[in-house]
Write a new protein. Structure first.
Length: 212
């Protein structure tokens, strides 16, 4: 290659380099990574799709925004302490605004699929408790709260082990962030067998997609 050839090659290469740098700058300006970072760390445990694989990590996909935000605030302020501090450490190191962005991200994802289990394995009594409660024991129907309003978590299609743990934690006062102690009262009326049966029933129920 002669000198002229080298010079034009150099010009071409430096032009491409300038272009690449410019593209990098444009992308850097246009893509807001703060939203991405908000849920990226969460995804390690809760999944990118909000459907965690390990059953000790709750599925967050499609949970109401108000519920998720309250839990994150409760973890941050050490009002919910039933997970040996994992989530308090997670929430404590982040600003409430960042946590809200993560909550928004998860609340907008489609709800998780139900766990597949043969209907014959599921205790009929669990469905009756969920739908009607038990007036003889002053037990309200779970459905009357769970399923509609934004402050109540959706229980259907959640991990069975997670649901059972929460109910046992309310029952034993390890989880104490329920307003007015509402879930602590309810969980104390339930027997340990009813808790296991309810968790098994709920995990296997499909959850409807909600319009928000
Ligand atoms: C190292 C694993 C891990 C990471 C990372 C993590 N979490 Fe969690 N998360 C947990 C565990 C464990 C629980 C609760 C288990 C329990 O109560 O027994 C939980 C519970 C929650 C709950 C309560 C859900 C419910 O149904 O009540 C929310 C909301 C939540 N996490 C959001 C987040 C967000 C947002 C992030 C990222 C900022 C995050 N988590 C990062 C492990 C993790
Ligand atoms: C009067 C309303 C009400 C009724 C009835 C009710 N719950 Fe709840 N439940 C709540 C509230 C409120 C919370 C969230 C508490 C908080 O803010 O942390 C909750 C939380 C829970 C959780 C934790 C979910 C999670 O994602 O961490 C489980 C499990 C649960 N309830 C199960 C039940 C079952 C099973 C029944 C029926 C036997 C029932 N609840 C009846 C109000 C109710």
């Amino acid at each position: 290659m002669n000198v002229q050839g080298l010079a034009s090659l150099y010009a071409l290469l430096s032009g491409m380099l300038t272009l690449l740098i410019a593209m990098g700058n444009v992308q850097g300006d246009m893509i807001d990574t703060s939203g991405l970072k908000a849920w990226e760390t969460c995804a390690m445990c809760h999944g990118v799709d909000g459907v965690s694989h390990m059953d000790r990590f709750p599925k967050l996909a499609g949970q109401p925004l108000a519920y998720l935000t309250k839990q994150l605030r409760d973890f941050k302020l050490e009002r919910r302490l039933n997970d040996n501090g994992t989530m308090t450490a997670m929430a404590g190191s982040k600003m409430m605004k960042t946590l809200q962005q993560a909550a928004k991200y998860y609340s907008r994802l489609p709800p998780p699929p139900a766990f597949k289990r043969s209907p014959s394995a599921i205790d009929r009594n669990a469905q009756i408790l969920f739908e009607n409660g038990d007036p003889r024991r002053n037990l309200p129907a779970c459905r009357s709260c769970h399923g509609t309003a934004a402050q109540f978590p959706r229980l259907k299609a959640q991990h069975e082990a997670y649901l059972a743990k929460q109910l046992l934690d309310f029952r034993g006062n390890a989880r104490r962030n329920d307003p007015g102690g509402v879930m602590r009262k309810i969980a104390k009326i339930l027997s340990p067998k009813e808790i296991v049966d309810l968790a098994m029933y709920l995990a296997a129920q499909p959850r409807q997609k909600e319009v928000r």
